[in-house]
Design a binder for this molecule. Structure first.
Ligand SMILES: Nc1ncnc2c1ncn2[C@@H]1O[C@H](COP(=O)(O)OP(=O)(O)OP(=O)(O)O)[C@@H](O)[C@H]1O
Ligand SMILES: [Mg+2]
Length: 374
């Protein structure tokens, strides 16, 4: 079984704005966010602390009331339902039961067993006792915790607690799962297993996942698409392939960082981006054979995304750029994106920006890296 990403939008926000008022001060956490998450995809939102990621996810399920703009989930305009009398309140609750939410700190009730935690949303929906138990056990089995039904949260590891959190989020049979830093309280190995679980659920159940993270690795491991947020705005967004194909994309630079400097004078260094059809062709060996030149690979960041090789490679050709116009043209003809790296930059630094476009992700420490260093 595998999921298919369709073009149907499942989560759409238009002009989403959130202004918090605290002690007479106004904080604009979201500043006109347009987000499009397609059916069946895992969509990652990444950004520095304070960029507005949690505000975004809380506005998407109306835990937080947007100041302006609209949120549509699975065809229902939630913003239109919010705060329009009792009837609308009931409709909003029903619509929200189709949106599962997973939290960083699990938010389990310590006095209830694992099974009772998973049953909680079903109780609220008025599902009968026998049916609740049947569903809860089925969900615990799905997340690999069938044997922990009678345990209490205090008796579980962090990873197990998060599995309970995920089972609970699935109780209302959601079409959409929202996850706010679900793995940031977990160690790297547990993080991997939880990400794998989210990916499996995405594939098996066709569940659309919107996840928030500040870790590029999370995006790289599970996401089909990603958006970068800064100061309450989405500054980049697209599928991983689209981002890679965008010259100067900061996200692409972070996802597929390449470095390496020229091994001597009179060399041409180029960054080649592989995506789509071109990635399956042996272009580098064709280039070497066609022009009878020795090519050195200085660095590469490749990954298989959706069964296709995707990534970037920094290669070195003998001779100055003027002598390599034809081979570089050959690469472009193969449908590859090619950026010639400024030799001055490679002489002084281990990472260099292509001359064609300023790439903040490679020319200087990235904003995300800077944030981590603080
Ligand atoms: N309830 C609130 N009242 C006032 N200001 C808030 C509130 N919640 C968030 N903010 C502010 O809104 C901005 C965005 O916060 P938000 O929590 O959405 O960021 P974030 O990207 O999730 O950050 P982090 O990575 O640290 O979780 C910040 O400046 C924050 O201080
Ligand atoms: Mg947050």
């Amino acid at each position: 079984m595998h999921s298919t990403v369709t073009d149907n939008p499942v989560i759409t926000t238009k002009g989403l704005t959130k202004v918090y008022e605290s002690r007479g001060r106004q904080v604009t956490a979201l500043d006109g966010v347009d987000l499009h998450v397609r059916e069946g995809e895992v969509f990652g939102v990444i950004g520095q602390s304070g960029a507005g990621k949690s505000s975004l996810i809380r506005c998407v399920n109306l835990l937080e009331r947007p100041t302006s703009g609209t949120v549509t989930v699975d065809g229902t305009d939630l913003t239109a339902l919010a705060g329009r009398g009792r009837r609308a309140g009931r409709d909003l609750r029903r619509a929200r039961s189709r949106i599962g939410m997973v939290f960083q700190h699990f938010n389990l009730l310590s006095s209830r067993t694992v099974q009772d935690n998973v049953e909680l949303p079903l109780e609220i929906l008025g599902v009968s006792g026998a049916e609740r138990a049947r569903r809860a056990l089925e969900l615990l089995d799905l997340v690999g915790l069938a044997d922990k039904a009678k345990a209490y949260p205090g008796q579980l590891s962090g990873g197990q607690k998060q599995r309970v959190g995920i089972a609970r989020a699935l109780a209302g049979e959601p079409r959409v799962l929202l996850s706010d830093e679900a793995t940031s309280a977990l160690d790297p190995e547990t993080t991997r297993s939880i990400l794998q679980l989210l990916r499996d659920l995405n594939r098996q159940l066709g569940l659309t996942v919107l996840l928030i993270t500040h870790e590029m690795d999370v995006v790289k491991t599970v996401c089909d698409s990603a958006a970068l947020m800064r100061s309450g705005r989405v500054v980049e967004s697209g599928t991983v392939a689209e981002l890679l194909a965008t010259p100067g994309s900061e996200l692409a630079g972070e996802l597929f960082p390449v470095s390496g400097q020229a091994t001597g004078p009179d060399r041409t260094v180029v960054d080649v981006t592989f995506h789509g059809e071109a990635a399956t062709q042996p272009v580098i060996s064709q280039l070497a054979r066609t022009y009878n030149i020795d090519i050195s690979i200085l660095g590469a960041a490749m990954d298989s995304v959706g069964g296709k090789q995707i990534g970037r490679m920094r290669i070195e050709l003998p001779g100055r750029y003027e002598e390599n116009v034809v081979p570089v043209g050959f690469l472009r003809e193969q449908g590859l994106q090619v950026a010639v790296v400024d030799p001055a930059a490679t002489n002084t630094a281990t990472t260099a920006a292509p001359t064609t476009v300023p790439t903040p992700g490679t020319a200087s420490p990235s904003p995300l890296a800077k944030e981590a260093a603080k």
